[in-house]
Design a protein around this ligand. Structure first.
Ligand code: OAD
Length: 241
């Protein structure tokens, strides 16, 4: 695939890119929402109703990231290589709350659904890195309030982060690739439509199976991200020679 070397690339990633690192996806068999309703865990209302349960769910997700077996896989590493070697801009927009892109070496990463390794105080709005568990008794290190800390992630019904920068990048990109996302959650599922209005831009979906919005993409590459993404990155970089 030939792109101008100054071309801008936006990579949207979802839970599927971290699946081969050992982190569960949300939907489908074995997914985090299997046997649960997302609204019972991932909403401000669920947190108000049962903060202990919501904290336990996210504590578990945060602890998993301390497991040395959970590491960036070939797809994360390929995206970091693309950022390092591509002369134009490469932006990763991720729905994932894990830090595997950063650990792989990507620097231009926007976490539109926030980050599990950060907390926010709903009393004083302090936000900072937080590697341990959270519970309703944990005092805010900034203001001392209790029952005020929450994971710094975006729940259903809340505004995704960084939308202005994301929209600007989508509207000026030459290539948009969505990796490992089921296309069920907006606004991310609608990003391909934004890019479709950019005449020169090419769009590719990389997924184990066609997503709910597959028909909006010009091209679909079916397979595991850990092998499809490195091949795609090789092709892009080969086009520079
Ligand atoms: P999903 O769990 O909805 O979708 C993951 C997608 O990745 C599915 O289409 C899988 O087929 C695909 N997949 C699984 N393993 C793969 C692999 N090795 N290679 C490539 N694809 C693979 O996850 P998301 O689309 O990321 O939000 O979910 C979006 C949002 O819904 C999440 O950010 C989260 C969730 O509820 C909130 O909690 C607010």
């Amino acid at each position: 695939m030939l792109l101008p070397p100054t071309g801008s690339i936006v990579m949207l990633t979802g839970a599927g890119i971290s699946a081969e690192s050992g982190l569960a996806t949300f939907r489908g068999a074995g997914g985090l929402w299997e046997g649960r309703r997302a609204e019972d865990v991932a909403t401000p209302e669920a947190f108000a109703r049962d903060p202990g349960m919501v904290h336990r769910f996210y504590n578990q997700r945060r602890r998993q990231l301390h497991d040395p077996a959970i590491r960036p896989n070939a797809a994360h590493l390929a995206l970091a290589r693309l950022e390092a070697d591509w002369p134009g801009s490469v932006l990763v927009v991720t729905q994932n709350v894990d830090d595997l892109h950063e650990r792989a070496g990507s620097r231009a990463v926007l976490h539109m659904h926030g980050q599990i390794r950060r907390m926010r105080c709903t009393a004083c709005l302090e936000e900072r890195l937080w590697l341990g568990d959270l519970d309703t008794l944990t005092p805010c290190p900034a203001c001392g309030a209790t029952a005020s800390l929450r994971p710094a992630i975006v729940w259903f019904g809340e505004m995704p982060l960084e939308m202005e920068r994301i929209m600007a990048a989508l509207q000026s990109c030459d290539l948009f690739v969505a990796v490992g996302t089921s296309g069920h959650v907006y606004p991310a599922a609608g990003f391909v439509e934004v890019v479709r209005d950019v005449d020169r831009a090419h769009t590719i979906e990389v997924n184990l199976e066609p997503s709910a919005v597959r028909s909006a993409f010009a091209e679909c590459r079916v397979g595991p991200a850990g092998s499809v993404v490195p091949t795609l990155v090789d092709e892009l970089l080969a086009g520079l020679r």
